[in-house]
Design a binder for this molecule. Structure first.
Ligand SMILES: [Zn+2]
Length: 184
């Protein structure tokens, strides 16, 4: 199904599920409405969240456009990448005074890295195709989670100590996501 919000055409799907409240999700540039059984008035729900939907979809389309101007770097071997990450983990953990338990590598579908409460860092293998400055930023981002778990104000303040312009890095990572997400 399709609707128009301002100048963009929005594809949407409706999923009836046993949920208490309706919610909206955007996946692969499509709007998904998750609604309790019996709810029929989708238009009203869409209207209510029109600006949110528009903002989300405009951002995705902007990121995709910017992604077209970037190239991935396939020259790094798996071994070089692992060594680079290990080197950065050692350096940053020492600087920050945090302890990392284990570093592992995986192809991840939704993020560049993660950090468990016991200090295990997982790095998305696709990060290997990105510029070194962004790789280092991701390592730093994950190690900061050893101090503050959530993305709250305090967390971003901590990040700012080394990356006052962290928003630029986060934005770059979102742009690169569009380039790597379809790579096997
Ligand atoms: Zn994070």
């Amino acid at each position: 199904m399709k609707i128009k919000i301002h100048d963009i055409e929005v594809n949407y799907q409706v999923h009836h599920r046993k949920v208490k409240y309706a919610r909206l999700e955007i996946k692969n540039e499509e709007l998904h409405l998750i609604v309790p059984p019996g709810v029929k008035n989708y238009q009203k729900l869409i209207n209510k969240h029109e600006e949110w939907i528009y903002r989300k979809l405009s951002r995705i389309s902007m990121l995709k456009t910017e992604a077209m101007g970037k190239k991935l770097d396939f020259s790094r071997s798996d071994e070089t990448f692992r060594k680079l990450i290990q080197h950065q983990v050692n350096k940053i953990s020492q600087d920050m005074g945090v302890e990392v338990n284990r570093v592992s590598f995986r192809k991840m579908k939704t993020r560049w890295g993660s950090c468990s409460s016991v200090g295990n860092i997982t790095i998305n293998r696709r990060l290997a195709y990105l510029p070194e400055s962004l790789i280092e930023y991701v390592v730093h981002h994950e190690l900061c989670h050893l101090k503050i778990r959530n993305h709250n104000r305090e967390y971003w303040d901590l990040i700012s100590l080394k990356y006052p312009d962290y928003e630029k890095y986060e934005n770059e990572l979102s742009i690169y996501w569009f380039l790597v997400k379809d790579i096997a």
